[in-house]
Design a binder for this molecule. Sequence first.
Ligand SMILES: [Zn+2]
Length: 290
Amino acid sequence: MTDKDSRYRFLLEKANVRGVLVHLDQTWKEARSRAEYPANVQQVLGHAMAAIPLLASTIKFTGKLTLQARGDGPVSLLVVQANAGGGQRGLAQWREDPPSAPLSAVFGNTSLSIQIESGRGEVYQGVVEVVGDGLQDALANYFEHSEQLPTRFWLYCDDHCAAGMLLQQLPQESRTQDSDEDDWLRVGMMADTINGNELYERSPEELLSRVFSEDDVRLYDREPVRFECNCSRERTAGLIEGLGREEAVDIIEQEGQIEIICEFCNSKNVFDSIDVEAIFRGGDQSTTIH
Ligand SMILES: [Zn+2]
């Protein structure tokens, strides 16, 4: 983790617009190093990795936030997930490298889902239609329909970094100044002047004072973000339990062991016949780790 792996919230007070900036350095390098991603698969994964901490900043939750797409297009699976502590992970699977746009040519005939696990056992699920050129358009469309809050996204990634920005109109009850629709359009047009790597290269202070010089910018403290996977031996054992005893024993007989590699972080868990017996006995896993 470096200082570059950061999220910054800010407020454009005059325009009654809240914003969030995200820079991913090591977090992105770790995610993209897990597979030999073709260029445009990598691009949609990078955009999603930059988007998830932006989304997380708009919701109160203590559990997990997941953005997922499973489709019949060139990208068959995209999953990005964030927890409330700034940890995030993500992966994509593909049939072939898609065109870079539109988004429907990337995922095919499907929709994306947003799932929020509140941390208190409640699960909320939203549907993001696959519209527009990229994830930024689909997410803006989602907010317009589900939250009725005008929201825009700017997403960027290359081989070394990913970055994103969100702007969102404050709800009426949170506004402290007079502003109108023109202010919203104006800050959006100013944000459109940011080129991709400027979003990443410039410090938040520099970037915001260049782009929103007319607005009173209030920048909040840096929040760290990082690549973090919540896989564990215990969870993996749960997967084996889900297979059922018969199938698990079958694999052991054929392969000698069950090897499960986490696709998010590449960590490997190996279970032998004694481990498998212990799982179905409901035994304590910790006593059988070799
Ligand atoms: Zn993992």
